[in-house]
Design a protein around this ligand. Structure first.
Ligand code: HEM
Length: 489
């Protein structure tokens, strides 16, 4: 401990009292002030800061050099201790595992995001966005102020359920979908615990909040039962298909995904994978499917909602989106949208990127050091961060620094037109390096589809309160995403 403190003595940071450290600061943190507080500490102490709480040290970094060195490193891939709260739900799936387990899983899951497979998913994005448009119709009278979040969230859930598990969940049309309710409740509890560091500890959480603990267990049970059931059904369907003649394009409804490489859901790929010549167990598969269900809907929902909000407040940008959408997709709103067309929506992509710069869905990326980390050329020079330290990389903070982005708080989509960033590690809403987001292409296509279809159908109006950001694992807004919609002629 003394050595660790000695090594970090020269690193700037808030005052830490003997034994307890910077507890006074930690007590001030809540979900809706955390990012602003962190920004304030960085303003006072510089781009890399260290703070102790009891015997734990946390480093927060908005320094490009340090961030690049840690993210690019194949050694420092273990996740921040904070992420362990998610384990009850996600086990040690791709997001939370490390070492050999992570490496092997990443290798077998990567082909699930090949463009040939994404191409087939575009059809699902298209169909589910059409349902979303009809759900929004009752709000789009040009007068109503409403929060678009719940609508987008259910669409994103339906899409990830169909692409990851090959099942039509129907959350958009069934308001009582048990799975959707359980996802909502679980993410709320976990997000709240995320910020209350002492509640990261499962035993303390059970003692201090027994009712919430019971609720968390109940909802996670619902989530696990759902995925376990899906795995069972898909395993049986796969077996059935193995026993029939070679598969053709026009498969039955049941075998729509199974066995046909082009239409394979993530789950089917996992069912057919082996590690050291052994098939994956149901538990192994469940943790990966649960990981995708979590990572693949909340992040996207946040990205889409902030984009719609910003477009409603920037009519000139909205007009440009409309023009591009009309030029690329034409005016036949019934025509399905293809992968090629989505790739041509360059301005829509700039809008999404600029939204993720101002409101990154994942505002903080965390690492836990299992060995010493040597950094060089940072704004505080060279140094060592000792094993045991937890590092938070503030994407939110980095993306809003004038040192890196001109007029950083302004919404300027055109800045992304030439992919102009000087470093591959500067604008990284999907993180970077070996543990970057495996679903980033999937995410970009889904967001483009939903945004293009909504803007083509409805004019977005600047109604209601502004967003108030909160760090809820994924970034959200305490005031929701208020806007108005009017159907276009
Ligand atoms: C706007 C949408 C999204 C954003 C901004 C985003 C961002 C990120 C970030 C920053 C990470 C790194 C987290 C860390 O190191 O702590 C990550 C990891 C991950 N993301 Fe995404 N994500 C998005 C959508 C998706 C989707 C749609 C999927 C799946 C379909 C997905 C699956 C994953 C997985 C499995 C990981 C863990 C990868 C690994 O550690 O090997 N994400 N994402």
């Amino acid at each position: 401990q003394r050595i660790r403190r000695g090594v970090l003595r020269n690193m700037p940071g808030p005052y830490c009292y003997p034994f307890i450290g910077a507890v006074q600061l930690y007590l001030q943190l809540s979900m809706n002030n955390m990012l602003d507080h962190m920004a304030k500490f960085h303003e006072q102490h510089g781009s890399i800061i260290a703070a102790w709480v009891a015997n734990r040290v946390g480093i927060s970094s908005m320094d490009l050099e340090l961030n690049e060195q840690i993210l690019a490193s194949p050694q420092h891939i273990a996740k921040h201790f904070n992420y362990t709260i998610l384990r009850q739900w996600l086990g040690t799936g791709l997001l939370l595992s490390d070492g050999r387990k992570w490496f092997v899983r990443r290798k077998i899951i990567t082909p699930a995001f090949h463009f040939k497979i994404l191409e087939q998913f575009v059809e699902v994005f298209d169909q589910q966005s059409t349902i979303l448009l009809s759900c929004l119709a009752k709000k789009a009278d040009g007068r109503n102020v409403f929060d678009v979040y719940p609508f987008v969230c259910l669409a994103a859930l339906d899409i990830i359920a169909e692409t990851a598990m090959g099942t039509k969940m129907g959350a958009q049309t069934d308001a009582r979908s048990e799975y959707a309710l359980a996802v909502n409740k679980t993410t709320k509890i976990i997000a709240w615990r995320f910020i209350k560091f002492h509640l990261n500890n499962e035993i303390l959480f059970s003692i201090l909040h027994p009712y919430l603990k019971w609720q968390q267990m109940r909802h996670i049970k619902t989530l696990h039962e759902f995925t376990t059931n899906m795995i069972k059904q898909r395993r049986e369907a796969l077996e059935r298909n193995r026993n029939v003649a070679p598969l053709t394009e026009d498969l039955t409804e049941d075998s729509h995904f199974v066995g046909n490489k082009k239409r394979m859901a993530l789950l089917d790929m996992l069912l057919q994978s082996t590690i050291d010549d052994q098939p994956l167990s149901d538990d192994d598969i469940r943790e990966e499917v649960d990981t995708f269900m979590f990572e693949g809907h909340d992040t996207i929902t946040s990205g889409i909602c902030f984009t719609l909000y910003l477009l409603s407040r920037h009519p000139e940008a909205q007009q440009k989106v409309l023009q591009e959408v009309a030029a690329v997709l034409g005016n036949d709103r019934k025509q399905a949208i293809s992968l090629r067309e989505l790739n041509e929506l360059k301005y829509v992509e700039c809008i999404i990127k600029e939204t993720l710069r101002l409101y990154p869905s994942v505002p903080l990326v965390g690492r836990q050091l299992t060995e010493d980390f040597k950094y060089t050329h940072s704004q505080i020079g060279d140094g060592i961060i000792p094993a045991g330290a937890a590092i938070l990389i503030s994407l939110y903070g980095m993306f809003r620094q004038a040192r890196y982005f001109e007029r950083p708080t302004d919404f300027m989509p055109e800045r992304h037109l030439n992919n102009g960033s000087a470093s591959a590690f500067l604008f990284i809403p999907f993180s970077a390096g070996p543990r970057n987001c495996i679903g980033q292409k999937f995410a970009m296509l889904e967001m483009k589809m939903i945004i293009a279809k909504i803007v083509r159908e409805y004019e977005l109006l600047p109604f209601g309160e502004p967003v108030q950001i909160e760090s809820n694992i994924v970034m959200r807004s305490t005031t929701g995403f208020q806007l108005g919609m009017r159907k276009r002629e």
